[in-house]
Ligand binder design. Structure first.
Ligand code: F3S
Length: 405
């Protein structure tokens, strides 16, 4: 990989040790993936923030960067941390966990990272444009950035994205190059896909179908048969895809890179029928009594908060049940001003920000089973490496019917 004179100087340590470490990592990655050069990125979205997933190793790593006076060079936001910063006790988080989590956030602040703590940085007004290069690490946000905006990012990991944020550049490979953004599988949707969780189920069906196939940068579906999706529907689809490693999809006549689509029949194809959708819902529906429902994976925006509020209006949470809405804090503030947050609270639901249903620790004795409306949450809450709690899925309306009276 060719470096400019300035990049060589950073690599030799002339701009401090933190920059040198970050540059060395970017060069290693670039050489491994045969990138020709580093390219500037306009923002970074940093993952690896929760104490649940990072543990003390994350604290040590951040401490190292801070001791070496690392600062980010471009606007950089944070993925969810492990708790609601203002209200963690309400969600059964213990003091020890909270103390460690605050320590992690302090380190990021010292590096000038904006600690917005959400997986939907685009819902803070961080709008991308087609062709814009960024370095984002949250898988659902990566899929949304690539597919909905037509922006360009690889799925960074927590160290590569921190390095990209410090240097302001990333190696030029993968989804930064047009030739790697061309679809490689066909998805024909004959099923009726309307609800937010229908889109999640579509991602589950397609992801499962292609998961055993090998593609250099994952399956890149070219989808036909979807009409008038809302942004949150595409967010839902992308998050489900992301849990199978898909970081980019295209929808005929909808997503921005129509010039990459073709009428050619691709080697791999799936036709998604109503029967497949019904079978998948049936497989994921709750088998046991549910005490906790979590909504907001990816973090809910204004429209999603409004939808919940309209469903729970004039209802009351059943005794012994909990219903948590994980929301992007900026969108929550707007929804609060419109009265929707109070409607949810009055019905007995809880609003939670800064975190996500996957990276916060649950009191497993209190909540041995969880219900959600998102495939990604369903996969990851149940993952043994995270909370390992059996998790089921229903559309939002049915979740509300189950939990409220
Ligand atoms: Fe976001 Fe967490 Fe879901 S990061 S996409 S809410 S698993």
């Amino acid at each position: 990989m060719e470096l400019t004179t300035k990049e060589e100087a950073i690599l030799s340590g002339q701009q401090g040790e933190a920059n040198q470490i970050a540059m060395a990592l970017l060069v290693d990655i670039g050489e491994f993936f045969e990138a020709d050069k580093l390219i500037p990125v306009s923002s970074a979205h940093i993952s690896g923030v929760s104490y649940l997933t990072g543990g003390d190793g994350l604290i040590d790593q951040l401490n190292l960067f801070v001791e070496k006076e690392a600062k980010v060079a471009i606007p950089s936001t944070l993925n969810p941390c492990g708790m609601d910063r203002n209200n963690w006790e309400d969600f059964y988080i213990d003091l020890e966990f909270a103390t460690k989590q605050f320590e992690i956030l302090k380190y990021f602040e010292k590096m000038d990272v904006t600690t917005t703590c959400s997986c939907t940085p685009y819902d803070f007004g961080h709008i991308l444009t087609k062709g814009q290069h960024v370095a984002w690490a949250e898988s659902s946000a990566v899929t949304f950035a690539n597919s909905y905006f037509g922006a360009r990012t690889n799925k960074e990991d927590s160290l590569s994205v921190l390095s990209a944020a410090i240097i302001g550049k990333t190696p030029n490979f993968g989804f930064h190059l047009t030739q790697n953004r061309v679809p490689n599988v066909n998805v024909n949707v004959e099923a009726t896909i309307e609800d937010y969780s229908d889109y999640s189920i579509l991602g589950e069906i397609v992801g499962n179908h292609f998961k055993s196939k090998s593609f250099e940068f994952g399956a890149i579906p070219q989808i036909e048969g979807i009409h008038n999706p809302r942004p949150q529907d595409l967010k839902s689809l992308g998050a489900a895809f992301a849990s199978f490693g898909t970081q980019l999809y295209h929808i005929k006549n909808i997503t921005p890179e129509q010039e990459l689509l073709s009428d050619l029949k691709l080697d791999d194809e799936i036709i998604v029928t109503n029967e497949m959708v019904s079978e998948t819902y049936a497989r994921l529906q709750p088998q046991q009594e549910i005490d906790l429902t979590v909504i907001g994976c990816p973090n809910a925006n204004f429209e999603e908060i409004r939808e919940v509020a309209n469903l729970v209006r004039s209802k009351k949470l059943k005794p012994g049940k909990e219903f948590w809405v994980f929301a992007n804090s900026a969108q929550r503030a707007i929804a609060k001003s419109a009265g929707f947050v109070d409607t949810i609270l009055e019905a007995g639901g809880k609003m939670i920000s800064d975190t996500c249903p996957e990276v916060m620790p649950y009191d497993k004795k209190r909540f041995p089973i969880v219900l959600t409306n998102s495939v990604k949450a369903q996969h990851y809450i149940a993952a043994p490496s995270l909370n390992g709690i059996p998790t089921y899925l229903l559309p939002l309306k049915q979740c509300v019917e189950l939990m409220f009276e």
